[in-house]
Design a protein around this ligand. Structure first.
Ligand code: CMP
Length: 200
């Protein structure tokens, strides 16, 4: 299908963006698109990667954690279960190389499948880190994910990007550009006030 060609299936409207190779689907709520051109072009500050670690998967907390992100209003734009490779683990934790907990951390993150989520929100990193609580779960405030679900410093359930720059790197570690989804949420206008055009 070329850029100008589209077909209508039921209430949905499909088309293919010429040259880009991604599929565009329009529906009553707006546009859905599979894939983005590159991670560098994404708006810095509104994206974030969360890795639901082996302890979250093994203890059956994936649903609870994803649910807490959704309840807050964060928009999930990529989600998958993977086995982290040695290369991905080293890339994710490169900043901790040389720390006493570095090698055990690499072993831990590869000890079971994990779930990786790409989420969007205004100031996504800061929002998610507040939801998670302190790195050491034993010290995390009740009401936070770690404060409610964990006790350990290392087994602290979720890794979250600590800055927009880190988020962009981590997105590229775990997601191909064609796995990243762009879509309009039906309730978006009730999550933020968009009356000025910007989310407030
Ligand atoms: P995370 O947010 O994934 O970033 C680095 C991880 O290293 C951290 O969560 C913890 O799982 C782990 N970590 C950080 N500091 C320590 C520590 N002092 N002892 C054990 N594990 C740690």
């Amino acid at each position: 299908m070329s850029g100008s060609e589209c077909c209508i299936r039921g209430p949905y409207f499909f088309g293919k963006n010429e040259g880009q190779g991604y599929e565009v689907l329009s529906n009553a709520f707006g546009v859905c698109r599979r894939g983005i051109d590159d991670f560098d072009s994404m708006f810095l500050g509104s994206h974030e990667v969360d890795v639901l670690k082996p302890d979250a998967v093994q203890r059956g907390h994936v649903g609870e954690i994803i649910s807490r992100l959704e309840r807050k209003g964060l928009k999930i734009v990529g989600l998958k279960m993977i086995q982290v490779s040695e290369e991905e683990a080293r890339a994710l934790y490169a900043v901790h190389q040389g720390e006493h907990f570095y090698e055990p951390l690499l072993r831990f993150i590869r000890s079971s499948p994990v779930v990786v989520a790409a989420v969007e929100a205004k100031e996504a990193c800061a929002v998610v880190r507040r939801l998670l609580g302190a790195t050491n779960s034993a010290e995390a405030e009740p009401g936070t994910i770690r404060g409610d679900l964990g006790l350990s410093h290392r087994f602290n359930l979720v890794h979250a990007s600590d800055s927009p720059e880190t988020a962009r790197k981590e997105l590229a570690i775990f997601f191909r550009t064609d796995e990243y989804l762009t879509y309009d949420r039906a309730l978006e206008g009730w999550v933020y006030d968009y009356s000025t055009g910007e989310p407030i």
